[in-house]
Design a protein around this ligand. Structure first.
Ligand SMILES: C[S@@+](CC[C@H](N)C(=O)[O-])C[C@H]1O[C@@H](n2cnc3c(N)ncnc32)[C@H](O)[C@@H]1O
Length: 223
C-alpha cells in the first residue's frame, strides 16, 4: 500500500501558513523493475513547492528550454489573420496571439520533470539525481543564497548548490551520512576544508552559522 504521509505533511504545512505554489511530478525515466501484488512499478514522485509568501522569487529564464522544432516550423507559417489575439479553437475561452511567439527560441518547460534516478549507490540507498536539485536551485534561488536541506543524506543538494555558486546548509539525523555528505562536497564540489564547516546543528549554531561563518557549506547532524 502507498503511505499517505506526504499528503498529511503538505496538509499540515498549509495549516501552518505555507502556500502551495505548485505540485511537480518527477517522471523517473528508468523506474525500478519489480513486482508488487496490488500495484504497478513506481514511475514517478511528487515534488511540492511550498513558500512562505504567495509570490516567492522565481527565475523562469534559468530553466527555459529550446523550442521544439515543430513549434518553430509553426511560427514560420503564421498568417496575417493570426497576428491579433483570438479565441482558442478548443472553445476553452482562452485567448492567444501567435505574434507573441515571433522571435522566440526558448520556452518554459512544463512541471513534469524527466530525469533518470541515480543508478549508483554512493554510500546511501536513496541518492537522487543531481539534475533534480539543480533544476529547483536555478529556478528558485540566486547566486549567494543559502540552500537548506534538512534531510540531506549523501549531500546531493549541497553539491548542486555549491556548483551553482550558492551556499548550503545540510542536516541529517544519521551521523555517518553527514560524514559522507562532507566528503562528497569536498570531492565533487571542490570545496576545501576551509570552505566547509562540519558542526552539530544546535539551535544556536543554526541561527548564527550562516551569517557569522565565512564558509560556503555547513554540514552536520541534528544536535
Ligand atoms: C531520502 S534520503 C535523502 C537523500 C538525498 N537526497 C541524497 O541525494 O543523498 C532522506 C534522509 O533523511 C534523513 N532523515 C530521516 N529522518 C530525519 C530527521 N527527522 N531529521 C533529519 N534527517 C532525517 C535520513 O537519514 C536520510 O539520509
Amino acid at each position: 500500500m502507498r503511505h499517505r504521509y506526504v499528503w498529511h505533511t503538505i496538509e499540515r504545512l498549509t495549516q501552518l501558513g505555507w502556500h502551495c505554489i505548485d505540485d511537480y511530478i518527477w517522471h523517473k525515466k528508468t523506474s525500478m523493475p519489480g513486482f508488487w501484488p496490488t500495484r504497478l512499478r513506481d514511475g514517478w514522485e511528487y515534488l511540492f513547492h511550498l513558500a512562505k509568501t504567495k509570490r516567492p522569487y522565481v527565475n523562469h529564464e534559468a530553466v527555459k528550454v529550446p523550442m521544439a522544432a515543430s513549434s518553430q516550423r509553426r511560427i514560420q507559417r503564421i498568417r496575417l489573420n493570426e497576428y491579433a489575439p483570438r479565441l482558442s479553437a478548443t472553445g476553452s475561452g482562452f485567448r492567444r496571439a501567435m505574434r507573441a511567439w515571433i522571435g522566440k527560441t526558448h520556452v518554459l518547460p512544463d512541471n513534469v520533470l524527466h530525469f533518470s534516478p541515480e543508478a549508483r549507490n554512493k554510500g546511501h540507498p536513496a541518492v537522487y539525481p543531481i539534475a533534480l536539485p539543480r533544476f529547483f536551485i536555478q529556478l528558485l534561488t540566486k547566486p549567494g543564497d543559502l540552500v537548506v536541506d534538512p534531510f540531506a543524506g549523501s549531500g546531493t543538494t549541497g553539491i548542486a548548490a555549491l556548483q551553482l555558486k550558492r551556499r548550503c546548509l545540510l542536516i541529517d539525523n544519521h551521523y555517518p551520512y553527514c560524514v559522507l555528505a562532507a566528503q562528497r562536497i569536498q570531492k565533487e564540489a571542490g570545496t576545501g576544508p576551509e570552505g566547509l564547516l562540519f558542526s552539530p546543528m544546535t539551535a544556536a549554531a543554526l541561527s548564527s552559522l550562516a551569517s557569522e561563518h565565512p564558509s560556503n557549506a555547513y554540514c552536520g547532524p541534528l544536535a
